[in-house]
Design a protein around this ligand. Structure first.
Ligand code: NAP
Length: 294
């Protein structure tokens, strides 16, 4: 793998985009987007903004004054940004959170590209959604994007979470949205019922933080005995690239996918919203993998 070109030539015509987070110094989005701008020869530059939560409102309101095309929002700003935009795209309204803002003529429109970022890599693997059962571990922001995307593609979903109340709230939100869906929920330690649900499932998605750097040695969120060869195991974590869950699943013969391509595709969708151009996602992926090796 050759090192991607992530440095950008800045001129008076450069358009500014970036990511607001707190903290933001470990974000892989600046090299990922700048590599893609470079590859297409676009005069854009993507910078990290370390924005304390108390300053988020003034930072977002400053986008038109600075002539910025838009920003991404990352932890902990996605939910707070929801009420700071002038208009919400349906993707953000469903997610209850904004991860991308586009500024046009002083107006701010909020989008959420996590759902499309989540589902495209799975579709690219040839996964057959319609009519199949899936289990989502976790009930936070990423689980919400995953649940709506999978139900929209005709899957039957069970939400499994440590805090039952959050699983119930997410299941109810999806069921209210789709009259055809009957999303179930169980608590994470309900072993017998969980084992049975996973046995009947084609997909297991981990959206919990269990196994994420720097806690790589944490055991998987569910017992390895619950996995079976017919299961596709998708862990949204991208650092490390192979969590304990993915390792066990791979050794058992399951198809597996980590969160790198979700990061790339949620970024690619934002890129297209800002520039009107489709980026080269392989360039973006190389920049992410390069960043993870550092
Ligand atoms: P979040 O809203 O804070 O939700 C975290 C979830 O993890 C909650 O359901 C929480 O359960 C559960 N959890 C946390 N610690 C746990 C533990 N020790 N045991 C069992 N469950 C635990 O976070 P998020 O924004 O959804 O992100 C979740 C994960 O997805 C992170 O690893 C993040 O890196 C990944 N992600 C990846 C991408 C990508 O592009 N690849 C994008 C978004 C997110 P409770 O409700 O009980 O607290």
């Amino acid at each position: 793998m050759t090192e991607p070109v992530t440095s950008i030539e800045i001129s008076g015509r450069s358009q500014l985009v970036g990511v607001m987070g707190w903290p933001v110094e470990h974000s892989l989005s600046p090299p990922m987007h700048n590599a893609a701008f470079n590859a297409l020869g676009l005069q854009y530059v993507y910078v990290p903004f370390a924005v304390e939560p108390v300053h988020l409102k003034s930072a977002v309101q400053a986008l038109p004054a600075l002539g910025m095309r838009g920003v991404n929002l990352t932890i902990p700003h996605k939910e707070a940004a929801f009420v700071l935009v002038d208009e919400l795209d349906s993707s953000a309204a469903l997610a209850g959170a904004v991860n991308t803002i586009v500024q046009v003529d002083g107006r701010l429109k909020g989008f959420n590209t996590d759902g499309i970022g989540f589902v495209l890599p799975l579709a690219a693997e040839g996964f057959d959604f319609h009519g199949n059962r899936g289990v989502i571990l976790g009930a936070g922001g990423a689980a919400r994007s995953a649940a709506f995307s999978l139900v929209a593609r005709g899957m039957h979903i069970t939400i499994v979470n440590r805090t039952l109340e959050r699983a119930r709230a997410l299941a109810e939100a999806v069921n209210q949205w789709s009259s055809n869906s009957s999303v179930d929920y169980v608590v994470l330690n309900s072993d017998d019922s969980l084992r049975q649900t996973i046995r009947e499932s084609a997909l297991l998605v981990n959206t919990t933080r269990v196994g994420m750097h720097p806690y790589e040695t944490e055991p998987p969120p569910i017992s390895a005995e619950f996995l079976h060869r017919g299961l596709f195991v998708y862990d949204l974590i991208y650092n490390p690239q192979e969590t304990q869950l993915l390792r066990v699943a791979r050794e058992m013969g399951c198809r597996t996918l980590n969160g790198v391509r979700m990061l790339v595709h949620q970024g690619a969708a934002a890129f297209e919203l800002w520039t009107g151009h489709k980026p080269d996602t392989s360039v973006m992926e190389t920049a992410v993998l390069w960043g993870l090796m550092r």
